[in-house]
Design a protein around this ligand. Structure first.
Ligand SMILES: *Cc1c(COP(=O)(O)O)cnc(C)c1O
Length: 375
């Protein structure tokens, strides 16, 4: 007898009845756009990040762009980042008129290789945007030592790192600008959304102006526009979802961590020796396990592997195709061979299913399918 297997996606948000009721309440209140729920969410996030100022936005992308603008970055400036990220990380640099500069990644962590950063710093370098890939933090001591030495601003792309820690301190509770995404695939989500952790009340005020057309208000009818802002505010419906999600963050991350540990147990210690596939860094101290990646051996064609997994109803992701190989970036002079580690990893990486509602039986199903494709 065969039992019908259901499709297992690589990720899925957890939505409970309280979150649905909270959104319904906002709709009944008649105040749908940024209002009391956004303020409450920002206050809770600020508490979560040790009291630092926090402002919310309608994406993690604009969050980083606004951080760059607050840092005064624009035409003529260079910003260093990693080729191994969602394209948003580099697009925001171009958006400000600055020039993206890449440094290759570390073959184990898949984060920017901080030993390769100093070599690409020039007198025009103004900032670094590191990414905490899969929620595994970059070496924060090394990162901020470089920033200090060359007087660079840091915009941490912590889109995947909510709840991650470094030496016992939460990512976002220290450092310079720290940007999070609440896009639906992230560890907590608001549908679409993001937040920026800032340093001072002045920066927070500026963030508010960039968020909404540059407008500042005073009194009952005072209004001025002194910077070119956009339309980046979060709605109260999104903030209501975010409040419900934030309450469950610890539980979600604990579940992810347990499933990641299960994956390691199921793959076993000789998986790499047997198959040539690489497992992620087994960090159960700092990471929030946003994703679980494996790097397939060169002999395996990734698309064929993904199809075989789909045939047994398992959806995989691939994060990420190196940014510098996209047409937009090739047009700016980037070519194959410039960042060999990111290129090798980007060609063979797959993201296995990992989300809080997944079961150990799901993990067993994934591992046995992976093994039967590779062995
Ligand atoms: C999701 C993500 C972004 C973009 O966030 P949005 O909210 O979708 O704009 C940027 N960088 C990384 C590393 C991400 O994972």
């Amino acid at each position: 007898m065969t039992t019908e297997l259901s499709f297992l996606p690589f990720t899925k948000p957890t939505i409970d009845e309280d979150m649905i009721a909270a959104v319904a309440d906002v709709m009944r209140s008649g105040w749908l756009t940024s209002g009391p729920k956004v303020q409450e969410f920002e206050a809770k996030l600020s508490e979560f990040f040790g009291g630092r100022p926090v402002r919310t936005f309608n994406s993690g992308t604009c969050t980083m762009e606004i951080a760059l603008r607050i840092a005064g970055i624009g035409p003529g400036d260079e910003v260093i980042t990693t080729p191994n990220s969602w394209v948003a990380t580099a697009n925001v640099i171009i958006e400000t008129g600055a020039t993206p500069v890449f440094a290759d990644i570390d073959p184990q962590t898949h984060n920017i290789d901080l030993d390769k950063v100093e070599a690409v710093i020039t007198p025009r370098t103004k900032a670094i945007i590191p990414v905490h890939m899969c929620g595994l933090p970059c070496d924060m001591d090394k990162l901020y030592a470089i920033a200090e030495k060359y007087k660079l601003r840091v915009i941490e792309d912590a889109a995947q790192a909510i709840g991650s820690t470094w030496k016992g301190k939460r990512i976002g509770s220290f450092g310079d600008f720290v940007s999070f995404s609440f896009q639906v695939n992230k560890n907590i989500m608001t549908g679409e959304g993001g937040c920026l952790v800032l340093n001072t009340p002045e920066e927070a005020k500026l963030a508010e102006r960039y968020r909404l057309q540059g407008v500042s208000r005073s009194g009952l009818d005072g209004i001025d526009v002194d910077v070119l802002g956009g339309k980046y505010n979060m709605t109260d419906m999104s903030a209501a979802i975010g409040l419900g999600q934030l309450r469950r963050l610890e539980e979600f991350n604990a579940k992810r961590k347990a499933l990641a540990a299960k994956y390691f147990e199921l793959f076993g210690t000789d998986f790499t020796a047997q198959t040539g596939a690489e497992l992620p860094v087994a960090d159960f101290e700092n990471s929030n396990w946003h994703m679980f990646h494996i790097v397939l051996p060169e002999r395996i064609n990734r698309a064929e592997f993904m199809q075989k997994m789909l045939d047994v109803k398992i959806g995989l992701g691939y994060h990420y195709r190196p940014i510098h190989l996209f047409t937009l970036y090739r047009q700016r002079g980037f070519t194959d061979g410039m960042f060999p580690v990111a290129e090798r990893v980007g060609k063979q990486i797959v993201t296995l299913p990992l989300f809080p509602a997944m079961t150990e039986a799901d993990a067993e199903r994934v591992v046995s399918a992976v093994k039967s494709c590779l062995l």
